[in-house]
Design a protein around this ligand. Structure first.
Ligand SMILES: [Zn+2]
Ligand SMILES: [Zn+2]
Length: 185
């Protein structure tokens, strides 16, 4: 899907399920490129509520995932700004969620967002110039040598001849998780 424009969706749902009670002027709606561990969040600074949706999590998914995440965060905004209750996923949240799901005319909302969270892309890759193996790493680590080459050519002892060289990864998609290729003396 493309990136949905949030304000029209917000207004549609605010009318349909909250009797326009959620104060739009007290709310900021935004997409985040950096939020990658959750589909959405609601927080408040002072009197201003903020709903943030994750671009990396939601953009690969069908539009319904964005709709239900926005609705979930709107319930948080309603509980916080309208009811002025501090309860997270407490009784008010659950009652409203049940009411909306019961009407069977909007997206289905759940307490947790069951969306796959893409792994964060590695910032570095470590290359062994001896055997040519390349492994992604989140950060540079000093003194890592290639475990396989140390085993093959040095009786399993760490040797600086097989130090891994850190370099920027090619600009493709995320690589596999760290494999523990390197080790330290
Ligand atoms: Zn929540
Ligand atoms: Zn090697």
């Amino acid at each position: 899907m493309g990136v949905l424009c949030l304000p029209p969706l917000f207004h549609r749902y605010n009318r349909a399920f909250f009797a326009t009670a959620i104060p739009y002027h007290q709310l900021r709606l935004s997409w985040s490129r950096r939020m990658s561990r959750a589909a959405g969040s609601y927080r408040r600074r002072g009197g201003l509520g903020q709903i943030t949706l994750s671009l990396p999590v939601l953009s690969p998914l069908p539009a319904s995932a964005t709709h239900s995440t926005l609705m979930h965060e709107m319930i948080h905004a309603w509980v916080d700004l309208v009811l002025q209750r501090r309860e997270g996923h407490g009784p008010c949240f659950r009652a409203k969620m049940g009411e909306i799901n019961g009407q069977d005319m909007g997206p289905t909302i759940s307490i947790r967002h069951h969306f796959p969270v893409p792994p964060s892309p590695a910032s570095w890759q470590a290359r062994c110039d001896c055997c040519g193996v390349v492994t992604p790493y989140q950060r540079r680590v000093k003194g890592l040598a290639c475990r396989a080459c140390c085993g093959r050519f040095n009786g399993g002892c760490w040797d600086q001849r097989f130090l891994l060289r850190f370099e920027a990864p090619p600009p493709t998609g995320p690589g596999p998780e760290e494999l523990g290729l390197g080790w330290q003396p």
